[in-house]
Design a protein around this ligand. Sequence first.
Ligand SMILES: *Cc1c(COP(=O)(O)O)cnc(C)c1O
Length: 439
Amino acid sequence: MKKIYQDIEHKRAEGDIWFKDLKRKRDTGPTLNDHRYSEYNASTKSVHAGQYDDPKTGALGTPIYQCSTFYLNKNSYEAIEEGRGRDELIYTRYGNPSQWSVQEKLSALENAESSIVFSSGMAAISSTILAMLDKGSHIISSRDIYGGTYNFLYEDLDRYGMSISFTSPSNLNEIEAAIKENTKVLFFEALSNPLLKLVPIKAIVALGKKHNLRVIIDNTFLTPYNVKPLDLGVDLVLNSASKYLGGHSDLIAGTVSGSRKLIDRIWPQMLKNGGSLDPHACFLLERSLKTFALRMRTHNSNAMALATYLENHSGIRKVYYPGLPSHEQHELAMEQLNGKNSGMISFEIEGGDPNAHALLDHLKLPKEATSLGGVESLISLPYNTSQASLTKKQQKAIGINDGLVRLSVGIEDIEDLISDFDQAINKVLKNTDTYVEQY
Ligand SMILES: *Cc1c(COP(=O)(O)O)cnc(C)c1O
């Protein structure tokens, strides 16, 4: 017992020294820890980084600091007066140890100096974009992005006196031609939905450097396990943590990571828009992230095996998967993803949408639901979900063909997934005529 108390006293003393240090060193964090695990690999970071073991009790694991406010002291009064409240615990919308803990784990996984967690992916995206643009400035993005983001850019920016141009994310000439004197930001998604087109991140970063623009990447579909955009020179990386980072289809959250300087600029925007993440959701996200690398390995390898199976099935017309040599950008995928892959697959079934519906009916394991990145396989049809606002003609124009299915491959056993798809596809094809009549 005495030894434990001595250790705790020792840790506390160390903690005190570290806290004082923080006032001078502002390059990373905010944090409660003195170890950033930056030299370790993805699974070690997932497990250990950011975890705050309460020195007073010795409890293992970050406690849920379910409080809205904190006792004021000399440090917090000084911080408020000097406008550097991000490094002190004052009020939970400003910061909370549960937020700091999960933010630090994220920073470790993204190789970032600093991160902020938000109440949703959209809160992260809207606050980040507003913080990076001034009145009168211009942003370049693509129509091939998440619907919520598109709506925000298309419907709301001009109300703030900002403007937007949409280009193809892989056509560098088109992007460069869209750059104006007041352009400040290039915003793209690393892997597009649902056709899984990659954005050439390095080339876009080079273009950004040439014209002095900031590059922001929404990396929700790939996650820092498959590519770390900050390592490729991107300024800010965003994630909807409701997907792979949370990974269990049970929470809504968003993240932004980058240099401490830029993240410190987004923080006051988060305070104004109010999208901070609740301490209990922070706990869920931090707990989920402990198995992040473990889950991603299985998502990737299951998806590769299932994509290969589907491509070899005569009932499947086309498979979109960056890991397959048949993918248009397979070479770029091999280079950019550094031997990693993706857990998402899209494919077209023979017989079009009626057969796609029938397939969903016959599958036993994948759940018919929108969203992605959960431990369970999730399946949906883009034509009546993510791209439902487009006419059939518009859908065709952007490559959403009849019979297109989007699949987020879960971590079930691959043998079970393949045999489920096998029985379902074979049933659909055998019954094609009846199913065509039904729909
Ligand atoms: C889901 C998603 C979002 C929005 O995230 P929420 O957490 O639902 O607000 C943004 N971008 C992409 C690519 C997404 O898939």
